[in-house]
Design a protein around this ligand. Structure first.
Ligand SMILES: NC(=O)c1ccc[n+]([C@@H]2O[C@H](COP(=O)([O-])OP(=O)(O)OC[C@H]3O[C@@H](n4cnc5c(N)ncnc54)[C@H](O)[C@@H]3O)[C@@H](O)[C@H]2O)c1
Length: 350
């Protein structure tokens, strides 16, 4: 018997074009409708991917009986309203990161998914990288033992959306990226959400209990003013999170800094440890690097996020690698860093 056919509506044609490309490669999945405020662009992508319908209003798309799932890649402030509308209309949802602007929205999305009995997955793309999955598999086998500390950093130089990033312009095109009302966060929600998530994932997603953090916007201020661009969101954010079992995670991210561009995640356990970018596992006197890691592990399969989402839709019992439910905790940690930066105090999450 062939695989159950899944028809998808994609909202947003910036990063959404990678969703279309991803679903286009999954057996039995079809991009059936495309929605964007820019109708011409939506039509061009619909033609490219063989989608039958084009919309400029997501409500009309969500009302379509023919769709099984909706994939959301629009400014962050529309994630919750579109996801809730789609779930209420009985569609499964894949939504871009950051899942929502705040914990209240994230919780409402999860409640809508529960009520509808539909899947809600978050496109935490870096979780699905082979190297991340490999390290997580080592974690699951207990190779690191008790993980007590993790440290994550992503330093960009000249990485302000709209000002000097991204160079190619196929995503991150909207000025919304640097408007607080629409983006919610700056560097913290854009790249911090990835790096914080990676470290947390490799610690086994322990329950966060308290957060302290700071945020700054310093380096690009003069340039933003000169170009008459808003200067409302964090350029740099740093935070420390404590977890229920006594673990701690520190994270720092920035779009611009007078420092060396870096991307690194480190995990410290009492039997072993790991680092990412590139992936390495430290155990006893041994250090294993990426190729050696997959051969040593044996039978390791990579997971594609779009294929995984479709598998989750087809099989309600399959454990989702990036569920909305788990992602609520991530939004609480981001929000905790922002609130601590605002108040100068530690924020309790429990
Ligand atoms: N997972 C990743 O690595 C990754 C990478 C880039 C972007 N993203 C995320 O993807 C989302 C979109 O970012 P982007 O880079 O594509 O932004 P973008 O500004 O390049 O594109 C956004 C698109 O959404 C459309 N749009 C805006 N409001 C809409 C609405 N109400 N209904 C329908 N269409 C609407 C715009 O017309 C535009 O085409 C963001 O949440 C961002 O954080 C994720």
């Amino acid at each position: 018997m062939g695989k159950q056919c899944i028809r998808i509506g994609v909202v947003g044609t910036g990063f959404g074009r990678y969703h279309m490309d991803g679903f286009g490669k999954v057996d039995g999945a079809y991009v059936h409708a495309v929605c964007d405020l820019n109708e011409e662009e939506a039509r061009a992508f619909a033609d490219q991917y063989g989608a039958k319908y084009v919309f400029t209003d997501f409500r009309k798309m969500a009302a379509m009986d023919e769709l099984d799932a909706i994939s959301i890649a629009v400014p962050n402030c529309f994630h919750a309203p579109i996801a809730i509308e789609a779930l209420t209309r009985g569609k499964h949802v894949l939504v871009e990161k950051p899942m929502a602007l705040n914990p209240k929205e994230a919780e409402a999305m999860v409640a809508a998914a529960r009520k509808a009995g539909k899947r809600l997955m978050v496109e935490q793309a870096l979780r699905f990288k082979e190297e991340t999955q490999l390290l997580r598999a080592y974690y699951d086998r207990g190779v690191f033992g008790d993980v007590y500390f993790a440290k994550s950093t992503w330093v960009r130089r000249k990485g302000w959306p709209k000002l000097n990033f991204p160079p190619g312009g196929t995503m991150g095109r909207g000025e919304w990226f640097i408007q607080k009302k629409m983006a919610g966060f700056g560097a913290l929600g854009d790249i911090g959400v990835h790096l914080l998530d990676l470290a947390w994932y490799l610690m086994g997603t322990p329950k966060p209990v308290s957060v302290t953090g700071m945020m700054w916007t310093k380096v690009a201020v003069a340039q933003l003013k000169k170009k008459k661009l808003p200067c409302e969101v964090d350029e740099m954010a740093a935070g420390t999170i404590r977890f229920e079992g006594g673990q701690m995670l520190t994270v720092d991210v920035c779009w611009d800094a007078y420092n060396e561009p870096t991307q690194k995640v480190r995990v410290f356990g009492d039997k072993g440890g790991a680092s990412l970018f590139p992936a390495k596992v430290y155990r006893g006197e041994d250090i294993m690097e990426t190729t050696e890691l997959s051969t040593t592990f044996g039978g390791f399969d990579t997971v594609d996020p779009y294929e995984h989402f479709i598998d989750c839709v087809r099989n309600p019992k399959l454990k989702c690698i990036a569920s909305g439910e788990e992602n609520v905790q991530l939004i609480k940690m981001l929000d905790g860093i922002a609130r601590s930066a605002e108040t100068g105090k530690e924020v309790r999450l429990t």
